[in-house]
Design a protein around this ligand. Structure first.
Ligand SMILES: [Zn+2]
Length: 246
């Protein structure tokens, strides 16, 4: 970048515009770095992937815990029914009961207990399958969380470097900008800032082939003439940008 740091009172209007154009290039670069920095900072602040992986894991933990409890309680229930059937079996075939009606009733009771036990065993089996699946899912979620956390740590390290680089560049550009503005007449600088704010950061427009490159409209001849000769900055009658012959 070519810096012309003449004292303000020695600066001819054209030199002033050249410096203003340098300033605009600086400001556009600053704007790009600021956008990049904002994006880096937004990504630095975004923990959503880890938060989601943690939520998934705790959901699966809760599900596995519930299934373990159900499984334990179901196992106990099955054991009790099996013990009951065993007791009935021993009474029925132990030889102590001889009354036919009593034997018949006992036999019916045993059949009922056995079918109940078998029903509950079936439920227990299904619970075991569900629990196995839940435990496998839990292991997957744990691995996912570990990987997500590792990726996040790597991302943070990379982004922190980018953030530091961009911050340094912005500081350097800001110092550079200060140097450039020192050489520009305050009134022109004020005009530049005003148009810059009104025109999305671009206050100066080059004139090429009789056209304002800011709004791409062809300038009237009188305006072109004034751009070449005027000691004062000429603005585009259409977009209001300060015209720069280059
Ligand atoms: Zn224009």
């Amino acid at each position: 970048m070519l810096l012309r740091l003449n004292a303000v009172n020695e600066v001819a209007p054209l030199a002033n515009l050249r410096q203003l154009f340098d300033l605009q290039e600086l400001d556009l670069q600053i704007g790009r770095y600021q956008t990049d920095l904002a994006s880096v900072e937004a990504r630095l602040a975004d923990d959503s992937a880890v938060v989601k992986a943690r939520a998934d894991l705790s959901e699966r933990e809760a599900m596995a815990l519930q299934l373990r409890k159900q499984h334990a309680s179901q196992s106990q229930g099955v054991q009790e029914l099996q013990d009951k059937a065993k007791g009935l079996d021993q009474r029925l075939y132990g030889g102590s009961i001889r009354n036919a009606k009593e034997l018949e009733a006992l036999h019916a009771e045993l059949q009922f207990a056995k079918s109940q036990a078998s029903e509950e065993e079936e439920k227990l089996l299904n619970l075991m399958l569900a629990l196995d699946e839940a435990e496998a899912g839990l292991a997957t979620s744990r691995t996912d969380l570990e990987q997500t956390e590792k990726t996040r740590a790597d991302t943070i390290a990379t982004l922190a470097k980018e953030q530091a680089t961009l911050t340094q560049r912005l500081q350097a550009l800001s110092a550079n900008r200060h140097q450039v503005t020192v050489g520009i007449a305050p009134a022109l600088l004020a005009q530049y800032e005003q148009v810059r704010k009104a025109r999305q950061g671009v206050a100066l427009a080059k004139v090429e082939r009789g056209m304002c490159m800011g709004c791409r409209l062809t300038l009237p001849n009188s305006e072109l003439q004034r751009v070449r000769t005027s000691q004062e900055p000429v603005t585009c009658s259409s977009c209001g940008r300060i015209l720069y012959a280059g």
